[in-house]
Design a protein. Structure first.
Lengths: 373, 43
């Protein structure tokens, strides 16, 4: 009889804490609809890897190693960067760059909104994280799951589990994190600035050449980012070429969903209590928020600077949409704009800045790999 | 507790990185304007 329940005596309080964390992530996914595609498998994974002597992770019994399936998946898909890159094909196929291509200068705000990444990198170093971990933590500010996973894995960060959970959690929390920062940095008058949308037509040739040329430019400057940018842009090329509709649809739906299922569960391999429960995880939680806040600050301040020199004023809130959390950030900006003036539709401008943030975050990730790798 | 030396070591590269994002983006903006100018007439 004792044999049946001997494992109960192996339960440690740290594992119970992880069960609660896993449960909270599942609650947030289901009840609050916060990034459910990722938080639910991550939450469930956090529970199963923290069961005592769990068979899903590698265990050593009497000198015999039993490799767990989660570790198999991690080595097959995350350690070699496969899952985030394949997911990027799906994401690229989902993105419509037309609002950006019709008004390219909006890309400046996408670049500005990557400020939080580099500022956080400096602060993390100041707080004692080594350069690899500081760079991995800073990339939370990219507000983009695959880029965060890619960079953190490249640097072999020991905090990859915490980084990924924090990145996806804050992406889901953008509607809560950004509005107070936007309202603090802008006046009511600025928030009421109207922007007309011209909707200039973009040629099909431009839409086809854009992903190819962007990949080449970025790849030449930051060669380590070629995998990231190329897979994103390949997905977009599938969408825009006009002759591969079935592949584009597969990439957007089946492929993206399939990889997401495995990605979420596999990330949990780094959420074992002994790795996850530490002061450093709390610091990463704070630094992740810091990165998101200062991304928003960077975007808005550059927009306000632009207004000092431009006769045609732009609404500085669209700078906040440069954070790569697509499409939530654009919707947040549009919503605040309508609250101030119910005739001021900023969505198309904000969407243009938002997709430029996606590109800029991948460029930022590539430059971090180049400068600190 | 605070690592001033590490901060001073990282700061120039961090600034360079942010500037680098702007530079790459500026190049891409120019290329897009070029494409819009060339192909809006032909399509």
């Amino acid at each position: 009889m004792g044999e049946l329940f001997e494992n109960v005596l192996q339960i440690q309080w740290q594992q119970v804490v992880m069960w609660i964390i896993g449960g909270m992530l599942i609650y947030l996914a289901i009840k609050k609809n916060m990034e459910p595609a990722l938080l639910l498998p991550i939450g469930f994974g956090a529970i199963i890897v923290n069961l005592p002597l769990s068979g899903v992770v590698t265990q050593v019994h009497d000198g015999v190693t039993e490799v767990g399936i989660i570790d198999v998946l991690f080595n097959a898909g995350i350690a070699n960067e496969l899952f985030p890159l394949v997911l990027f094909v799906g994401i690229g196929a989902m993105i419509d760059f037309t609002p950006l291509l019709s008004n390219p200068k909006l890309m400046i705000f996408g670049a500005a909104a990557q400020f939080g990444i580099f500022f956080t990198l400096s602060v993390a170093s100041f707080l004692g994280f080594d350069i690899a971990d500081a760079a991995s933590i800073a990339i939370i500010g990219a507000a983009d799951g695959p880029t965060s996973i890619f960079v953190a894995n490249f640097f072999k960060s020991q905090y990859i589990g915490a980084i990924i959970v924090v990145a996806y959690s804050y992406m889901a929390l953008v509607p809560i994190v950004q509005p107070p920062v936007i309202k603090l940095l802008t006046t009511k008058k600025e928030r009421r600035i109207r922007m007309e949308y011209s909707g200039r037509k973009v040629s099909k040739t431009t839409k086809i050449l854009f992903p190819i040329v962007l990949t080449m430019i970025t790849g030449i400057i930051a060669p380590k980012s070629v995998a990231l940018i190329a897979f994103l842009m390949f997905g977009n090329l599938l969408r825009e070429c006009g002759v591969l509709d079935s592949l584009s649809e597969t990439a957007q739906k089946v492929l993206a969903n399939l990889v997401t299922i495995f990605l979420g569960l596999t990330v949990a391999s780094k959420m074992q209590a002994e790795q996850f429960l530490s002061v450093e995880t709390l610091m990463i939680l704070c630094l992740g928020l810091f990165a998101f806040v200062f991304d928003t600050v960077g975007g808005i301040l550059i927009a306000k600077l632009f207004n000092l020199f431009s006769k045609k004023k732009i609404n500085p809130m669209i700078g906040a949409a440069g954070i790569s959390a697509f499409p939530m950030s654009a919707r947040v900006v549009n919503k605040i704009g309508l609250e101030e003036d119910n005739q001021n539709y900023l969505l198309m401008h904000a969407a243009g800045v938002n997709v430029s943030g996606q590109i800029a975050s991948v460029i930022a990730g590539g430059l971090i790999l180049k400068l600190f790798g | 507790m605070f690592h001033i030396d590490a901060l001073m070591g990282v700061l120039p590269k961090a600034l360079l990185g942010w500037m680098g994002v702007f530079i790459v983006i500026m190049v891409i903006i120019i290329v897009i304007y070029l494409f819009n100018w060339i192909f809006s007439k032909k399509d």
